[in-house]
Design a protein around this ligand. Sequence first.
Ligand code: FE2
Length: 179
Amino acid sequence: MLDRREFLTITGAGGAALLFGIPNPILASTEKEEKTMPYTAKDYAKLIGMEGFSETLLKNHFTLYQGYVTNTNKALDILGQMLKDGKTATPEFAELKRRLGWEFNGMRLHEYYFENLGKKGGINKEGALAKKITEEFGSYEMWEKDFKAVGAMRGIGWLSFIRTTPMGGLSTSGSTSMT
Ligand SMILES: [Fe+2]
C-alpha cells in the first residue's frame, strides 16, 4: 500500500511521461536497459529486521528508491538524445532538466538515508564536528534544538544537516522536495 507521498511520487513520474509523450519510465524499464544505465540501485536488504521498521515498509521504500534510480537514468538518457538531436532550446528539454534534479536528489538522499539507518550512538561530542557545531550554534544542545524543530515542522520533504564548501559552514535545512 502506498501513502500519499508515495502515490504522488509514482503518479508524478507517470505524469512527466505523459507530458513528454514518452513511455512511463517506471513501466518501460527493462533489465537490459538497467545494465547500460549509469546508475544502479544499491541493495539495502540488510536493513530488513531493523527495530521499528516493518519489512513491508522497508521493501516499499526500497521500491520507491529504485524508481528514482530508474528515472534518473531515463531522464539522462532522454536528455542525452535531445542534445544529440539539437533539441536543447525546447520547453521539453528545460522541464526534463529540472525534473532530473528532483529524480537525482531522490536517489542520492535515499542512499544517504538508508546508509545511516541502523547505526548506534550519536555524534562524538569530543570530535571535530561537535566542535564546529558549538562554534556555529553556540552549543550542541542549541543545534539539536534547531535540528529537531525543523524535523517536527509540518509539511513534506527532507531534513538535512549539511556542510557547505568552500566556506565550511553548517546548516540545517528542510526541503520541500517531495521524495
Ligand atoms: Fe522516501
